[in-house]
Each structure stands twice: as structure tokens, then as C-alpha cells.
Design a protein around this ligand. Structure first.
Ligand SMILES: Cc1ncc(C[n+]2csc(CCOP(=O)(O)OP(=O)(O)O)c2C)c(N)n1
Ligand SMILES: CC(=O)[C@@H](O)[C@H](O)COP(=O)(O)O
Ligand SMILES: [Mg+2]
Length: 637
């Protein structure tokens, strides 16, 4: 176990001289081992201050060194799946001196980023893309007669996604030189799930073993005396039978050469294996590497799930630095679904590998039979929910807004076309902060708004969230509720649930000069802006529309006409979003009102704390005041 030096005093004699992997390649094995320790210390010290993906990064320190040591990066292309495990990679590829700026505004990203380094081959954050990217690169290299290598490093959790298998399937078929490193730590964010995961770890259940035995006995008996002999050996024990089924069989069936399992913290074994692969490997090869998530930091090794992604923490105890603030939207969602499920047996909950992040962990404990973690498989989660709904259940698919992008066709084709009562709880709607552009949920209002049959709502606070969830499970047809990352507004939660009528907004404040139309988490800043405007002699009305679809046409058009000016505000891109829906309404009812849409422009948003991003895009209270004054000014000219 790693012994940490006092904060700020770590010895990084070797790391201080690594400006690129070339420097690494000059070291001996002992020095590499020492370097691994220095890198771990640096990661722990830094992440304790900045927050970040601690356990995944600690688990691949030796693997990272071995890969850069053996392969000729950046000519050989090294692709990190998800990219949340790439801190050691960043430290040895020229970003050591900026590492303390990790995930800070204007600092280096928490994920690989092409603009940051030539060693960052792809832009990542969403999982399971590495094999497809890698196969594309390998195929292009082949066509160009370029003999450099392509290596995709993918975790066992990310290997559960359909996309990864689509890549494997084609790779076996094309027979290109692609090296896949399976980083198997038996963990997704939470323990990895699914039949595939049991197969890799060979934790075959009694039932599976019995079935396999029966099947095998029948097949071997049909092979005359050779088969009988093999059977006699295998029958001796269940263990030997388990040994007969290796994880490699799966990949060999997909026409990969399988190598492993290799102990992932032993540099000599890793280097020797990778050198062999580099020298002699041809066609698609999968190297199965066993690692420990959180390796080298006791609290993270013991509870890797708690240290997957962390905020600032105390190194000595591993405890998070205290953060005050109201209850989070996620927690309110998690508590509410448990309360509702106690009364309503139709409610089932589905997550795509995010039980903790979506707040479903309590539900999974209280209603294990009605809880489904499908692995990193958002598309399957949605269609699976459709099947449940067809049988009269009320499935709630809890997924981060950004990951729902994966499942758009399933939402349209499998849920909304047959008009099934599936509820989508879209957490992390709007900007998320430090994870940056791969994770901001700023497109959902736009990509869900146009889908027939779907009702789309966004609560102004955590109290409204619980009422929306209650209303959704007691309605017909598909429903999506979109809410932000982080704390609620600190409002009191009603003890009784209230049914919100679909398509009904609420007038929060009367006014005569301008109508402020904020959606979701922009309602409170808009109320603050209305107070600010009053001090400037401007009377602002504020409506909480609640629904992006269907819009409360009567309420909105009435107050738009009364005030003669409108400002819409959303934590979403402007194109195709809420403001766009309001403009469309005005056009349909032939209402001509000067309208200003506030939201994000047509560019990806970098990482920074949420309040900074809201301010920079003019959707905080001062920005809304400015927007209102501008729209008023417009008609004076
Ligand atoms: C499409 C998608 N869904 C969900 C996530 C959230 N997520 C990030 S890492 C992770 C677990 C990945 O597990 P694994 O690949 O085994 O990597 P490990 O953290 O164990 O190193 C999940 C579910 C994601 N990044 N992308
Ligand atoms: C890499 C990844 O996709 C997740 O670990 C994500 O960073 C979690 O985000 P939250 O911290 O918002 O749960
Ligand atoms: Mg894993």
C-alpha cells in the first residue's frame, strides 16, 4: 500500500525529468517502478485538491507506463476509452507542470483532448468508442501502408456496451492490426454487471455451470473415445470445468487472438507481453490485463466505487471535504421514486451503469426485484423499458442527459412511436461543470422537443421535481423530466404529492414591460432579475412554463401580449430549444413580439464551474437583466 508523504512534499525526482515518453524509454525497470509510485502520489495529491477520477487513474499507472514504454507514441496511436483514466498519460506526455490545473477553469481537461496534446488521439468522455475509433484508424493506416500501431485501452465496464461489440465484430471480420487492451478491474463505476462480466471473471453461477456441464457432456459423448476421455477429466471437479471455459474463448470466437490474463501491476510482465505483441502480433489481438481499481490508495482500493469520481478530499482519512448546500436534485429524485414505489407496484427503475450517480442506489436496495442496472447500454435501457411498459409497468429510466444522446432512436422509435408510458428522468441537464463538453447536458431540450407523443418538462426546484415525478408516473404516454446537476434551491419539500396538469405553467410575478420566460433551473435567477429590473424602473412579469412540450400557449401568449417584450432563458443550446419553441408558438398564433432568446450558442462549452458558465453565457440574473434591457431598447429605436 502506498505510503503518502505529507501534502505538498512529494518526491518526484524521476517524474520531474519526464517531458515526453522518450524520457521514459531511457529508464530501467527499477526506475520505472519508482516512477509509478511518484505518479500515484502526484495523482492523489492533485485530485485531493481539484477533484477528479481518482480510482480509475490509480488502477492504470503501470499499464500506462508500459504502453508508452513499449509503443512508439505518438506515431503509434494510443486510445483511452472514456478517457477518465488518463491522468498518468497526461503526466508523462508534457502536461506535468500544468497538472495542478486539472479540471480547473482554463486548466487542463479531465479527459483526453486533441487540442491539448498530440498524444491525445481522440476526444472522449462517453464510453466504448475506442474499438471503433481504433479500427477506423487501423484500416486507414492499412490503406496508406503505414505500419505504425493502434492500441485501444477499454475497461471491463465499457466493454458491456453494444458499441464495443459492434467494433469487435467488424475488427474480427476485417482482420486489421488492432490491439485491444482490456483493462479488467471487475468494476464499472459500481461493481460491473451482466453475464459478460461474470464470464470475464469466471464467476460462473451454479445454474450456468449445470447448464454448461449438461451441454458439454452431450457434445463430448458424441465425440467417441477422445470425448469420453476429456469428459472423464473434466467431470472430476467443477473448477476444472470452469478452467475449460476461459475468457479468451469469447474473443477468439470473434476472431481476436487472446492473450492473458496478465497481472496489470507487474511492469516486467506487462512490458514483456506488450513487446511480444508489438514484434509478432498480426491481425486483431486482445490483451486481457487484470488491474485493481484505486491501486495504491487504501480507501480507494477498499471502496473503489466511492472513489471513482471524487470532489476534494482529505488524504489521510479519505473523507470528502465538507460541502454545504441544499439537498441535490439527484437525491430528491432518489427519495421520491422510493416513496412512490412503496405505493405503486408498477414502478420499476432502470439505470445504465449509474446507480449511485442517478440516485437510484436506495431504490436498488429497497426494491431489488424492480431495479435493473443494464450496464453501459443506454439504448438497451430505453427499449427494455418499452417492453416493461407494454406489460403495464411504469418504468423510470434514470440517465444523465448527455448519455441519453446515445439512445435517441430508441426514444423515438421504441417508446414514443408506440406511445408507451416510459418516464425518462434526465439528470445533469444543463452544464455540469468540471467534466466539460463531453458531459454538459445542453442538447436535450432540443433533441427531445420535436418528438411526437413525448411530454417534456423541467422543474424550477427540487419540490417541483417530486411533483413532476409523481405526475409522470400517474399519466399516460412517454414523459421526460430534465433537471440539473447539483444542489436544489433549498426550498421546503411538500409532504403530499401534487398532480401537475400537463402543459400548465404558472405565473410567478405580474409585470407590464417585459415577460421573462425561464425554464427549469433558470426560474430563480429570472425572479432575481425581475427584482433587479424593478429597481431600474422596469416591470417584469415571470412565468414558470414547467413544460417545454406542450407549452402553456394561453398563459404565455396572454402575458407576451400584455408586456409586449419577451426574454426566454434556458440552460440549453439556443438552437431548437425552449426559446425556439416559444418563437414557433408566436409564429403559429401570428403574435409579433420582440423576443430575445438566452442560452448557449452554437459551440461546445469548456469545463468550468457551473456559475461561471451561466455567467459567461448571460443566463444568470445580471445576464437576464441585460437581455431584458436590450429587448426593451430594441423597440425604442
Ligand atoms: C455512454 C456512457 N455511459 C455512461 C458513462 C459513465 N461512466 C463513466 S466511466 C464508467 C464506468 C466505466 O467502467 P470501466 O470501463 O470498467 O472503467 P473503470 O472506471 O473501471 O476503469 C461509466 C459508467 C459514460 N462515460 N459513457
Ligand atoms: C467519466 C464519467 O462519465 C463519470 O464518471 C462522470 O464523470 C460522473 O459525473 P458526476 O460526477 O456528475 O456523477
Ligand atoms: Mg472497470
Amino acid at each position: 500500500m502506498l505510503i503518502m508523504n505529507a501534502p505538498g512534499k512529494q518526491q518526484t525526482r524521476l517524474l520531474d525529468n519526464i517531458d515526453s515518453p522518450d524520457d521514459l524509454r531511457r529508464l530501467g525497470l527499477d526506475e520505472l517502478t519508482d516512477l509509478a509510485r511518484e505518479i500515484r502520489e502526484t495523482i492523489i495529491q492533485t485530485v485531493a485538491t481539484t477533484g477528479g477520477h481518482l480510482a480509475p487513474c490509480l488502477g492504470v499507472v503501470e499499464l500506462t507506463l508500459a504502453l508508452h514504454y513499449v509503443f512508439n507514441t505518438p506515431e503509434d496511436k494510443l486510445i483511452w476509452d472514456v478517457g477518465h483514466q488518463a491522468y498518468a498519460h497526461k503526466l508523462i506526455t508534457g502536461r506535468r507542470e500544468r497538472f495542478h490545473t486539472l479540471r480547473q477553469q482554463h486548466g487542463i481537461s479531465g479527459f483526453p483532448k486533441r487540442s491539448e496534446s498530440e498524444y491525445d488521439v481522440v476526444e472522449t468522455g462517453h464510453s466504448s468508442t475506442s474499438i471503433s475509433y481504433g479500427l477506423g484508424l487501423a484500416t486507414a493506416k492499412d490503406l496508406k501502408k503505414d505500419r505504425s500501431k493502434v492500441i485501444a485501452v477499454i475497461g471491463d465496464g465499457s466493454m458491456t456496451a453494444g458499441l464495443a461489440f459492434e467494433g469487435l465484430n467488424q475488427a474480427g471480420h476485417l482482420d486489421k492490426d488492432l490491439i485491444v487492451i482490456l483493462n479488467d478491474n471487475e468494476m464499472s463505476i459500481s461493481p460491473n454487471v451482466g453475464a459478460m462480466s461474470s464470464f470475464l471473471s469466471r464467476k460462473l453461477t451454479g445454474k450456468t455451470m449445470t447448464r454448461l456441464k449438461q451441454h458439454l457432456e452431450e457434445r463430448l459423448k458424441s465425440l467417441s473415445s477422445v470425448g469420453e476421455n476429456i469428459l472423464a477429466v473434466l467431470k472430476k471437479s467443477e473448477e476444472s470445468l470452469k478452467g475449460f471455459f476461459t475468457p479468451g474463448m469469447l474473443f477468439e470466437a470473434l476472431k481476436f487472438e487472446y492473450i492473458g490474463p496478465i497481472p496489470g501491476h507487474e511492469l516486467d510482465a506487462l512490458i514483456e507481453t506488450l513487446e511480444n505483441v508489438r514484434e509478432h502480433g498480426q491481425g486483431p489481438i486482445l490483451v486481457h490485463v487484470l488491474t485493481t481499481k484505486g491501486k495504491g490508495y487504501k480507501p480507494a482500493e477498499e471502496k473503489p466505487g466511492n472513489y471513482h469520481g471524487v470532489g476534494p478530499f482529505d488524504i489521510a482519512t479519505g473523507k470528502p471535504k465538507p460541502s454545504s448546500g441544499p439537498i441535490s436534485y439527484t437525491k430528491v429524485f432518489g427519495n421520491t421514486i422510493c416513496r412512490l414505489a412503496r405505493e405503486d407496484e408498477r414502478i420499476t427503475a432502470i439505470t445504465a451503469a449509474m446507480p449511485a450517480g442517478t440516485g437510484l442506489a436506495p431504490f436498488s436496495e429497497q426494491f431489488p426485484d424492480r431495479f435493473f442496472d443494464v450496464g453501459i447500454a443506454e439504448q438497451h435501457a430505453v427499449t427494455f423499458a418499452a417492453g416493461l411498459a407494454m406489460e403495464g409497468l411504469r418504468p423510470v429510466v434514470a440517465v444523465y442527459s448527455t448519455f441519453m444522446q446515445r439512445a435517441l432512436d430508441q426514444v423515438i422509435h421504441d417508446v414514443c412511436l408506440p406511445d408507451l408510458p416510459v418516464i425518462f428522468a434526465l439528470d445533469r441537464g444543463g452544464v455540469v461543470g468540471d467534466d466539460g463538453p463531453t458531459h454538459h447536458g445542453v442538447f436535450d431540450l432540443s433533441f427531445l422537443r420535436y418528438i411526437p407523443n413525448l411530454t417534456l418538462m423541467a422543474p424550477k426546484d427540487e419540490n417541483e421535481l417530486q411533483h413532476m415525478l409523481y405526475s409522470a408516473v400517474n399519466s399516460e404516454g412517454p414523459m421526460a423530466i430534465r433537471y440539473p446537476r447539483g444542489s436544489g434551491e433549498g426550498v421546503e419539500l411538500d409532504s403530499e404529492f401534487k398532480k401537475i396538469e400537463t402543459g400548465r405553467g404558472e405565473l410567478l410575478r405580474e409585470g407590464s414591460d417585459v415577460l421573462l420566460l425561464p425554464i427549469g433551473n433558470r426560474v430563480y435567477p429570472a425572479m432575481e432579475a425581475a427584482e433587479g429590473l424593478e429597481k431600474l424602473g422596469v416591470s417584469a412579469a415571470v412565468i414558470n412554463p414547467r413544460f417545454v412540450k406542450p407549452l402553456d400557449k394561453d398563459l404565455i401568449s396572454l402575458w407576451a401580449e400584455k408586456t409586449g417584450h419577451v426574454v426566454t432563458i434556458e440552460d440549453n443550446v439556443k438552437k431548437g430549444g425552449f426559446g425556439s419553441a416559444v418563437l414557433q408558438l408566436f409564429s403559429e398564433i401570428h403574435l409579433q413580439v420582440p423576443t430575445r432568446i438566452l442560452g448557449y450558442g452554437n459551440k461546445f462549452i469548456e469545463h468550468a464551474p457551473q456559475p461561471v458558465l451561466w455567467k459567461n453565457s448571460g443566463i444568470d440574473a445580471p445576464g437576464i437583466i441585460k437581455g431584458a434591457l436590450e429587448v426593451l431598447q430594441q423597440t425604442k429605436k
